[in-house]
Design a protein around this ligand. Sequence first.
Ligand code: SF4
Length: 512
Amino acid sequence: MNDPRPPQFKADATQGDGIGCHSGKSEMLAAAQQAGKSEVLEQYARDYPLAAEAGPHDQPQSMCPAFGSLRVGLRMRRTATILSGSACCVYGLTFTSHFYGARRSVGYVPFNSETLVTGKLFEDIRDAVHKEADPARYDAVVIINLCVPTASGVPLQLLPKQINGVRIIGIDVPGFGVPTHAEAKDVLAGAMLRYAREEAAAGPVAAPRNGRAQLPTITLLGEMFPADPVGIGMMLAPMGLAAGPVVPTREWRELYAALDCAAVAAIHPFYTASIREFEAAVRPVVGSAPVGHDGTEAWLQAIGNAANVPQARIDAAKNAMLPAIRGVLAKAPIKGRITLSGYEGSELLVARLLVESGADVRYVGSACPRTVWSDADREWLEAKGVRVQFRASLEQDLAAVDEFRPDLAIGTTPVVQAAKQASIPSLYFTNLISARPLMGPAGAGSLAQVINAAIANKTRFDTMKAFFGDVGSGDKAGVWEGVPTEHPGFREQTRKKIIRLQKKLEQESMGS
Ligand code: SF4
C-alpha cells in the first residue's frame, strides 16, 4: 500500500526571483540533488553529456526541452499527457504543442508555494492520475515534472505503476538536466520502452494492430518524414527484411513490436536511453542512415550484417538501390557553399546528402551530443573537410556563417534571421529541410530544388538591402511617424537602478 503521508519536498528552489530556464541553474540543480533526484540527474548527465568546456546547453538555447517529451506523449494514441510545473512554462508548452498541431488536451496539475512546500502537490498529481486512468480511453498516462517540481523533489516514482490496467509513466524533464528537446523525446521513449520490455518479459503482450510482421524487422529510431519508413522498407525487401515501427511510437502496442526486431537502426543517434533498452533486449544497433550513395551502401551492409543476411542478398539490395540513387544525385546537383545547423539530431545526415549532391558544405552544427552512433557520419564528413560541431551554440553557428560567408545558411530561427540581415539566403532547418524525405532514391533529389531556389535568391536580398539601407534596425525597428529620438540619460538611469538592485540582493543573500 502507498504511504498516505504526503512526501516532504525541498521547495527552496522555488524561492527567489527569476528562477527558471534563464537563471538559477546551479541553485535548481543543487536543490534537486538535495531533494533526492541525484540518481536521475546523474543518469541524464551520462546519457546527455554537455560540452567539455562550459557549454551553452547549461541552459536551453532553443525551446523548452520538455516540449520533446510532451510531443511524444501527445502523438500517441490512447495516451494522456499531464504536466506539473510553473504556469508560465505550461502556457508556453501548450501554446507550442497546439502551434505544431497537437489535437489533444494537455493535462495540468497547478501548484502554489503552499501545495509545493506541504507536499500537497504530490497528492494533487496522484488524484489527477487516478482520475485520468480510464482503461476505456487510455493505455497510458504520462506525467511530466518540469523544472520547479523536479528541483523540489516531487517523487513521481511513488505513483502506482498502473491503475485499472492503465500504465502510469512519471518522468522528470527539467531544463537543467535535459539539454535539448530532442533528447527529451528520448527520455519518454526510453521510459516507455523500459516499461514495455518488462511487460514482455513478464508474459504475453498485445500483438501489433495489423498482426506480427511476416519478415524480420528493423526498428527505426528517431522521428522522420512519413515517406522515409516506406522507402526504407523497399530498400530492405531484397534482404528479406521489413521496416519495423518508428520509435517514438504512435501507440503503446508498437513498443512491443519495436523490441521484437532483428536490429535497430539508430537513424537519430542521440536516443541513448532507448538504445539502452534495445541492448537490454539483446538487439544489435546500427548507426547512420541510407542517405545518398555512400551512406546507403554502408548502411545496407551494416544492417545486413547485424541481421545475419547472406552477402549475396545484401549485394542484391545494393544493386537494386545504388544506381538509382547515383542517377538522381547526378540529375539534381546543388552548387554553392553551405553552412548548416539545427537541433533535430539529423543534421549530419542532411549534410552528407548535400555533399553528395555537390554542395560545398563547410560547417555542420548540431545541438545534440556526439555519440558512437554518429561516429560514421562525423568521420565521413570530416574526411570531406567539413567542420562538425556537436553541442553547437548559437554563437558557434553564427560565427560559422560569419567565417564562411556561405551562399546559403541552413539553421535555426536566430541563425536564419542573422543570415538574412547579412543578405545571405537562408532556410529553416526544422520547417523546410527536415520536413522532406532524406532516405534512398526519394531523398536523393528532394533537397536540390528548395536549396537551389534559395541560393538563387541572393540578388533579391542585395536589392532589398540596397533599398532599405539601415532603416528600422536596432532600437529604431518598428513603425514610427518620425525617427525615434534616443534618450541616453534614461538608459543610464536604468542601468544604475539595476546595479543598485543587484547589490541589494547580494547583500541580502549574504546576510541570510
Ligand atoms: S520547464 Fe522549460 S520553460 Fe520552464 S523553467 Fe524549465 S526549461 Fe524553462
